[in-house]
Design a protein around this ligand. Structure first.
Ligand code: COA
Length: 327
């Protein structure tokens, strides 16, 4: 396999979420909100919350081990570990290094990707590029977030939206005739950086914020989410020469059920072709797509030859989508 014939497929997936569940009724005891409001406006019923002594690398490690097992691969076969997260255990060293140690991936390099909710798309593009170029063969990609650590639990406009969790996928080389990744688009617009931020999380200090928590302009973020997700879904399909009706399953970023429904309508897809699990986990940022993919596989919703479309947007703004033929 070389050159044009070389592509990458996902050989195995895994997921790990905290055991603790906080439903909407629990949140209604903390801020002025209700189960009815959250269900109708966002589509979330409950989310997972990590204990104080559980860390991003813990969930990443569990998800990684399951993905390796399902890929029928050992950790020493990995060439690279990518961890897409905005809530690393610490900034230095990166979380990918902790995972590398925990799973014993002695031959792997380690890199974190900080692209918020688009992290799994960006990471998949990097994995595909490294594999397609022949530089690497097996790459573990984890999308993970411990949002509970960076939420203002007094702000009902944000704290009801997010949850904790990790999803993992092992990308491996395959012959393009088998299928695998067909194409990807990615984009960003820093002019919208103010829409969703985590001030005081880096070396620049913002005294106007009395801590480190997510700030968001919900309405404008909503509009940009629908616009970017619609645009990049259509763009990537055109790029690979497919039409929306060719898609067997859309796995969108799970931020708000109304955003997902808007994309579904734009692509004119029936509901059964759109995977939704936001009701159980909320928005786990870079974790939503790999967790959803893992659950879709477990539910028998994906078969060999199916065309899958992954589509995401996030802080930055960043966005991206890819199409793969399941192999
Ligand atoms: N419970 C009850 N009421 C709430 C509430 C909550 N949790 N949050 C906001 N409200 C209220 C507002 O105060 C406002 O009240 P008012 O009319 O008296 O002023 C009303 O509900 C409508 O607020 P608005 O912000 O216009 O609601 P919305 O329909 O835009 O929904 C979001 C708010 C945050 C759910 C929605 O904008 C959203 O999902 N945005 C995208 C967020 C996102 O995806 N972020 C992640 C990016 S990866």
């Amino acid at each position: 396999m070389s050159g044009q014939n070389l592509s990458a497929k996902i050989a195995g997936t895994g997921m790990a979420v905290p055991a603790k569940v906080w439903d909407n009724f629990k949140l209604a005891t903390m801020v002025e909100t209700s189960d009815e409001w959250i269900t109708q406006r966002v589509g979330i019923k409950e989310r997972r919350i990590a204990e104080d002594n559980e860390y991003t690398s813990d969930f990443s490690t569990k998800a990684a081990l399951q993905a390796l097992e399902r890929a029928n691969m050992t950790a020493d076969q990995l060439d690279l570990i990518l961890v897409a997260t905005s809530t690393p255990d610490m900034v230095l060293p990166n979380t990918a290094c902790f995972v590398q140690k925990n799973i014993g991936a002695v031959n792997a390099a380690a890199l974190d990707i900080c692209s918020a909710c688009s992290g799994f798309i960006y990471g998949s593009a990097i994995a595909w590029g490294m594999i397609k170029s022949g530089i690497m063969k097996n790459i573990l990609l984890i999308g993970v977030e411990l949002n509970s650590r960076i939420l203002n639990w007094k702000d009902r406009g944000t704290c009801i939206l997010f949850g904790d969790g990790a999803g993992a996928a092992v990308w491996t080389a395959c012959d393009a005739s088998e299928g695998g990744m067909l194409g990807v688009v990615m984009g960003a617009d820093g002019n919208y950086a103010d829409l969703l931020t985590l001030p005081n999380s880096g070396c620049r200090k913002y005294p106007e914020y009395d801590g480190t928590y997510i700030t968001m302009h919900g309405n404008e973020t909503f509009k940009q989410a629908v616009r970017t997700m619609n645009e990049c879904a259509l763009e990537v399909l055109e790029k690979v020469g497919l039409k929306p009706e060719d898609v067997d399953l859309l796995i969108p970023h799970q931020a708000n059920i109304r955003i997902i429904e808007a994309v579904q309508k734009r692509l004119n897809l029936p509901p059964e072709k759109v995977f939704v699990n936001i009701q159980k986990y909320g928005n786990t940022t870079a974790g939503t797509i790999p967790i959803a993919l893992h659950e879709a596989l477990d539910q028998g919703l994906v078969k060999k030859g199916d065309i899958l479309l992954m589509d995401a947007f996030g802080a930055g703004l960043t966005w991206g989508a890819f199409v793969m033929k399941w192999a």
